[in-house]
Ligand binder design. Structure first.
Ligand SMILES: Cc1cc2nc3c(=O)[nH]c(=O)nc-3n(C[C@H](O)[C@H](O)[C@H](O)COP(=O)(O)OP(=O)(O)OC[C@H]3O[C@@H](n4cnc5c(N)ncnc54)[C@H](O)[C@@H]3O)c2cc1C
Length: 415
């Protein structure tokens, strides 16, 4: 693609990754047209505060990624709210819900994910909420204006972040998680246990290993409680459904692109059509360590992938091998994860003073990931270590008494 290509780059999705791509394209010197098509109203915003500060204060200016003047100054055409409904790969155009046809030289799918809805009877009652968009957060904030008995379905990051905010407002909160531990997909058993104790100490009830069998509806059609798979009934006035997400892949699928738990891309984030890339929550890419397809749901992955595509589209070739990292704020605990712990066969938990805790995750003696609570320095050192081409072994860490900063410094001096 030439830097001034006539139809330019069209980005579907005005979320974290879509925004970052448009901004990076201009930073990298792309001078052609950039069009963003997004089905949410308003300007691109960040989602992490939706389950944290924004849920409490509702200050829109704190979540917006850039003011309107940024898009004007950088000649980024915003088509919002507008939904892309079809991709015509032969003609190189996107059709929108209001009948618009937008030509592209290169198309980027940054369609994100949506809340998963498990097959539980009664989940369509009016007092059951999801938390994905700023509109969802606004609705929830309104509901939290009076004291409620709340059931949270799902003990993952978003369910627990919401629970921490709700309990701080003196609501009665129960988190129901079908798995045997919290955040099981993402963190070690030791860290799950730290967080279970922490949330219980805050006053939240945690029910593990038992799913929700059905929502109990009152004669008004509203949810009055849930019945668990073991028969227990939990009365409530509202429910937060936080049972994971599904990638938005339908546009890609109907356009004939390969989809496998996400829009399949190679290590340069290209789909099997050389004129179409995909990034962020909707994209499944080859794990640089194991090679299998993975999908990351994080700001850092969406942003790094956007940077990479911008570089590729402006002729600077590179592939995606960033060390993944993630954070979650739950009350005054900041959980940070450097690396991916999937496939770990050994965990080493190290306790520090106060709420500072670390878990090291290994596979066959090699460090895969480090989980920390309120330990920003150790998290940064772990990222530095995991970026190295040489593996960090358990033996090396033992020699350094698990002092990540010390080991990182020593290795830097050696290189
Ligand atoms: C409540 C909450 C808290 C979070 N907290 C954290 C956190 O603490 N740390 C962290 O790293 N990550 C967090 N995340 C995850 C993070 O926000 C996402 O990983 C990130 O936003 C992914 O960016 P994206 O561009 O891939 O998708 P998104 O930001 O979801 O953007 C996708 C956009 O595409 C739009 N779209 C979809 N289909 C179409 C279509 N056909 N036409 C037009 N538009 C379309 C969607 O409506 C959406 O606006 C959180 C997410 C949520 C919901």
């Amino acid at each position: 693609m030439t830097p001034d290509s006539s139809n330019g780059v069209v980005i579907i999705g005005t979320g974290q990754g879509g925004f970052q791509l448009a901004a990076c394209l201009r930073q990298e010197g792309f001078e052609g047209p950039i069009t963003m098509i997004g089905d949410e109203p308003g300007l691109p915003y960040q989602r992490p505060p939706l389950s944290k500060a924004y849920l409490k204060d509702g200050r829109v200016e704190t979540i917006q990624l850039r003011p309107g003047s940024f898009y004007e100054r950088n000649a980024i055409r915003m088509m919002v709210p507008e939904r892309a409904i079809r991709i015509d790969r032969e003609q190189g155009l996107v059709e929108t819900l209001t009948g618009g046809l937008v030509d592209y030289d290169h198309l980027v799918l940054a369609t994100g994910a949506r809340n998963a809805v498990p097959p539980i009877p009664g989940l369509d009652a009016a007092n059951i909420f999801g938390l994905r968009t700023s509109v969802d957060a606004d609705r929830l904030r309104d509901r939290l204006a009076v004291r409620r008995r709340i059931v949270v379905i799902g003990g993952g990051f978003i369910g627990l972040e919401f629970a921490a905010v709700a309990i701080s407002g003196s609501h009665d909160v129960t988190v129901v998680e079908a798995a045997s531990r919290l955040m099981a997909r993402a963190i070690s058993p030791a860290m799950s246990e730290h967080f279970r104790r922490f949330h219980e100490a805050l006053g939240t009830r945690i029910v593990l290993g038992t799913g929700v069998a059905e929502v109990i509806l009152g004669s008004d059609g509203a949810a009055h409680g849930v019945r668990l798979t073991d028969g227990t009934e939990l009365p409530c006035d509202m429910i937060l459904l936080a049972a994971g997400v599904r990638p938005n892949v339908e546009l890609a699928q109907t356009a004939g692109l390969t989809v496998d738990n996400g829009i399949v891309v190679d290590s340069t984030l290209l789909t099997d059509d050389p004129a179409i890339s995909a990034l962020g929550d909707c994209a499944a890419f080859p794990d640089p360590v194991g090679g299998s397809l993975i999908r990351l749901e994080s700001v850092q992955a969406a942003s790094d992938q956007a940077r990479l595509i911008a570089r590729r589209l402006t002729g600077k070739h590179t592939s995606y091998d960033a060390v993944p990292w993630f954070w979650s704020d739950q009350a005054d605990w900041k959980l940070q994860i450097a690396g991916l712990g999937t496939g770990a066969d050994e965990d080493v938990a190290v306790e520090q003073i106060g709420a500072r805790k670390l878990v090291f995750r290994f596979k066959m003696g090699q460090l895969l990931a480090v989980e920390t609570i309120n330990s920003a320095g150790e998290h940064m050192a772990a990222r530095q270590l995991l970026r190295r081409s040489q593996p960090i072994t358990r033996a090396m860490l033992e020699e350094w008494k698990f002092d990540l900063g010390g080991l990182a410094k020593a290795l830097k001096e050696l290189s």
